[in-house]
Write a protein that binds this ligand. Structure first.
Ligand code: NAP
Ligand code: MG
Length: 398
C-alpha cells in the first residue's frame, strides 16, 4: 500500500511518562504504517525542557504560529517533588500555560461519545464542548481581610494621575473584600476563538454570564461578544445554519441539563473551571476527553485533556502490565491530521483521520477496551486489554 503523503509538517510536541510511551505506540502502530508522516519534532519531555532552559517550549509555540497546527502529548507541570525527581535547574512553568499565553488561545474540551459509555445525564446524546476563558477574574484577584470598622473603596488612577472612586462597603465590623479585572483585548480574543471554532465544527454557540447582577463587569463580556458577532460573524453563522445564543448563566445551566448536546458552551473563567469538571465527569471519563487550543488567528493545538498518568508509568517502569487508555491521545492526532488535511486540501489525510477515529470507536463498541472503561461500561463481559493490545486491536480494525 502506498503511504499517504503530507505537504506541510505538523508540529509534534512529545511529552512525559505514560503518555510518552503511548505516543510512540500510536505512531508505530496506527500512523507510520499508513502515512508518510511529516512532523517538526519538539521534545517537551521534562528532561529536555530542563536541558534547553524551557526554550524548546517557546520554539514549539513559535512553530505552531508558523505552520498553524500542532499535536501535543501530556507533559509534567513541575512541582517540588519533580524538582528532585528530575534534578531541575528551575521549577519550569506549565508548558500548556506558556503555549496558551503565546498563542492567546482558548481551550475547547469535548467528550468522545461511544455506545456503551453512557453519560450520567440520560438525555445527553451528543458531545457538549466547553470553552473556558483562560484569563483574569478571580484567578488574578487581590483580596483583603478586614478586621475592624472602616470604608472600602475601589480606586482607579489614570496614568496622568486622575482618580476614580467607588464605594465598596462601609464596614461596621470584620469582613472580606476582593478586587478583580479583565481586559477588552482578552475578552475579544476569547470571543473570536469561540466564533471561529463554532464555524469550524458547525455547532451552535452558547454564552452566559451574570449580567443582570454584574451590570458593568459581566455586561461588558456580553456586549463585546454581541458586537463582534454582529460585525464579523452574524452572516457566516446564518450561512452555516448555526446560532449564537446568549442567556443568563442560571438559565444556561438549567438548559444544559435538559439539552441533548451538540453545541459549544462558552464560559467565563470561573464558570468554565467548575462546569468543565461537571460536564467531563458526567460524560464518563477524563481519558475520553479531547482538548484543542484555538487562537484568534486560527492556530490549532490538539491534545488529550488528561495528564501523564504517572501512577501507570511507575508500574510500567517496574515491568508490570498497564491498561492505559490511549483514546484521547489518538483523537489528538486525528484532530491535528484532519485540520492539516483541511488546510492543505489533502482529502486522503482527512479520510484517514476519520477512519482511525471510527476504528477506535468500533473497537470499544465491540467490547474491547482498557480497564478504566471496562469499569464503567454498560456492555456486558467486556474484554480488558493492556495498553499495547488495545492499540493493536484498533490497528486490526483500521
Ligand atoms: P492524570 O495523568 O490525569 O491521571 C490521574 C488518574 O486518572 C490516573 O492515575 C488514572 O487513574 C486516571 N487516568 C487519567 N488518564 C488516564 C488514561 N488515559 N487511562 C487510564 N486512566 C487514566 O493526572 P495526575 O496523575 O494527577 O498527573 C500526572 C502529571 O500530569 C502531573 O505531573 C501533571 O502536571 C500532569 N498534567 C498534565 C496535563 C497536560 O499536559 N495537559 C494535564 C493534567 C496534568 P488510576 O490511577 O485510578 O488508574
Ligand atoms: Mg477545575
Amino acid at each position: 500500500m502506498e503511504k499517504i503523503k503530507m505537504t506541510t509538517p505538523l508540529v509534534e510536541m512529545d511529552g512525559d511518562e505514560m503518555t510518552r510511551i503511548l505516543w510512540k505506540m500510536i505512531k508505530d502502530n496506527l500512523l507510520l504504517p499508513y502515512i508518510d508522516l511529516k512532523t517538526e519534532y519538539y521534545d517537551l519531555g521534562l528532561e529536555n525542557r530542563n536541558i534547553t532552559n524551557d526554550q524548546v517550549t517557546i520554539d514549539s509555540a513559535n512553530a505552531t504560529k508558523k505552520y498553524g497546527v500542532a499535536v501535543k502529548c501530556a507533559t509534567i507541570t513541575p512541582n517540588a517533588a519533580r524538582m528532585s525527581e528530575y534534578k531541575l535547574k528551575e521549577m519550569w512553568k506549565s508548558p500548556n500555560g506558556t503555549i496558551r499565553a503565546m498563542l492567546d488561545g482558548t481551550v475547547f474540551r469535548s467528550p468522545i461519545v461511544v455506545k456503551g459509555i453512557e453519560p450520567c445525564v440520560k438525555n445527553w446524546k451528543k458531545p457538549i464542548t466547553l470553552a473556558r476563558h483562560a484569563y483574569g477574574d478571580v484567578y488574578k484577584n487581590t483580596e483583603m481581610i478586614i478586621d475592624k470598622p472602616g470604608k472600602a473603596e475601589l480606586v482607579y488612577t489614570t496614568e496622568d494621575g486622575v482618580e476614580k472612586r467607588e464605594l465598596i462597603h462601609e464596614f461596621s465590623g470584620a469582613g472580606i473584600i476582593q478586587g478583580m479585572h479583565n481586559t477588552d483585548d482578552s475578552i475579544e480574543s476569547f470571543a473570536r476563538s469561540c466564533f471561529n471554532y463554532a464555524l469550524e465544527i458547525k455547532q451552535d454557540l452558547w454564552f452566559a454570564t451574570k449580567d443582570t447582577i454584574s451590570k458593568k463587569y459581566d455586561h461588558t463580556f456580553k456586549d463585546i461578544f454581541q458586537e463582534i458577532y454582529d460585525k464579523e460573524y452574524a452572516e457566516k453563522f446564518k450561512e452555516y445554519g448555526i446560532e449564537y445564543f446568549y442567556t443568563l448563566i442560571d438559565d444556561a445551566v438549567a438548559r444544559v441539563m435538559k439539552a441533548e448536546g451538540g453545541f459549544i458552551w462558552a464560559c467565563k473563567n470561573y464558570d468554565g473551571d467548575v462546569m468543565s469538571d461537571m460536564v467531563s465527569s458526567a460524560f464518563g471519563s477524563l481519558a475520553m476527553m479531547t482538548s484543542v487550543l484555538v487562537s484568534p488567528e486560527g492556530y490549532y493545538e490538539y491534545e488529550a485533556a488528561h495528564g501523564t498518568v504517572q501512577r501507570h508509568y511507575y508500574k510500567y517502569l517496574k515491568g508490570e502490565e498497564t491498561s492505559t487508555n490511549s483514546v484521547a491521545t489518538i483523537f489528538a492526532w486525528t484532530g491535528a491530521l484532519r485540520k492539516r488535511g483541511e488546510l492543505d486540501g489533502n482529502i486522503e489525510l482527512i479520510q484517514f483521520a476519520n477512519k482511525l477515529e471510527k476504528a477506535t470507536i468500533d473497537t470499544i463498541e465491540s467490547g474491547k477496551m482498557t480497564k478504566d472503561l471496562a469499569l464503567i461500561t454498560s456492555i456486558s463481559n467486556p474484554t480488558v486489554l493492556n495498553s499495547e493490545e488495545f492499540i493493536k486491536e484498533i490497528a486490526k480494525i483500521l
